[in-house]
Design a protein around this ligand. Structure first.
Ligand code: ADP
Length: 336
């Protein structure tokens, strides 16, 4: 017992006091209650608890014992054994972690399958039917009609290519193998304006983005290409999941640069919020809006690669606010 509790005989004058003194604070209440229940019951006890050695080492103990009663029927002693089960507990924890990982992979797989079956099938069907039309009615079509259909095929192929690239990009980011991660002093204001301009080049998005920035330049050490993708993704989502104007705001605080993207659209159900940044997860209220559920997981990985974080607040039918925090370097290396 002394060896199990990491004690010398001199350090253990009172067994009960030594035992209760060694109990892990988080296990004290439960273990004492179980012990009292055994004393009040049939006197058999089987307990598992942690103890803390004087040097801080934590051990897991399994105790099996029998309460011995005196002639008045009072509990007088406990006779039993303690077994050190620390190794077993460690293996159990490892096994549980492996099981959890397995479950995650399996969830990921089913989300991928459901995304792929929809998002791959739709463009493939379009490609197939357009190609069939071209083959069948080629003789009756003029150049413009043929070009229009070929253009449609190219758009769909590009959409699928982008999807594949997103998947590979995410896998690389997750594996920490983004070798082309090149943080450099960059003006985030210019980056935001660039993103807005790209959206405005499409007529349907024109004037839908309300932008405000602290006095430019708003310098940060970032990988411009990666951050462009993040901002573009969040703005694209805000536009896709709402019909009104969306707002993009860039602020510089003492330790962070804060980028806020706000919309007044469909919002995100509470149940989906906690899974939102998992690959292929799409909220239940997306309806027929296209998407792969990859953009936000890429954004999260990319922001974290920069040492920053991304948060979301949302209410169904009210709108969503995504906020990116990018830490500023402690020393001033940001000469514009
Ligand atoms: P995608 O839009 O391609 O499905 P994302 O990873 O960008 O993938 O987003 C994941 C999910 O988060 C979306 O499917 C949608 O359910 C939800 N979401 C993201 N942004 C918004 C937003 N601004 N408003 C409402 N829902 C959003």
């Amino acid at each position: 017992m002394l060896a199990l509790y990491g004690l010398t005989a001199l350090q253990c004058s009172n067994t009960v006091a030594t035992w209760s003194g060694a109990l892990h604070p988080e296990d004290t209440e439960r273990t004492t209650a179980e012990l009292n229940a055994a004393i009040a019951g049939d006197g058999h006890l089987e307990l598992e608890f942690r103890i803390v050695w004087r040097d801080g080492t934590v051990k897991h103990i399994r105790a099996i014992g029998l309460v011995m009663w005196d002639q008045q029927g009072q509990a007088a002693r406990i006779l039993g054994v303690n077994i050190d089960i620390t190794e077993r507990k460690k293996s159990e924890a490892k096994l549980l972690a492996a099981l959890e990982k397995e479950k995650e992979v399996s969830d990921l797989k089913s989300r991928f399958v459901s995304m792929a079956s929809h998002e791959f099938r739709t463009p493939l069907t379009t490609i197939m039917s357009t190609a069939e039309t071209l083959i069948q009615y080629r003789a009756k079509m003029n150049d413009a009609q043929m070009d229009q259909r070929l253009g449609k095929i190219i758009t769909q192929v590009n959409y699928m290519k982008e999807m594949m690239e997103d998947i590979l990009h995410l896998a690389r980011l997750q594996a920490g193998k983004s070798l082309d991660f090149k943080p450099l002093p960059t003006d985030l204001n210019a980056l935001c304006l660039e993103v807005i301009e790209e959206f405005y080049s499409e007529a349907r998005h024109q004037d839908r983005i309300h932008y405000r920035s602290d006095p430019p330049p708003v310098m940060a050490v970032i990988d411009g290409r990666l951050m462009h993708q993040v901002v573009s993704n969040l703005v694209a989502n805000a536009l896709k999941y709402s019909t009104q104007t969306v707002s993009l705001e860039l602020e510089k605080e003492e330790t962070n640069i804060i980028l806020t993207i706000r919309d007044h659209g469909i919002g995100i159900p509470e149940n989906d919020l906690k899974h939102l940044f998992e690959p292929f997860h799409r909220a239940e209220n997306v309806g027929a809006r296209e998407g792969t559920g990859l953009g936000l997981s890429i954004a999260k990985q990319a922001v974290e690669t920069h040492g920053g974080k991304i948060t979301v607040e949302s209410e169904v039918n009210k709108g969503s606010v995504f906020t990116i925090f990018i830490p500023l370097p402690t020393n001033e290396v940001l000469v514009p």
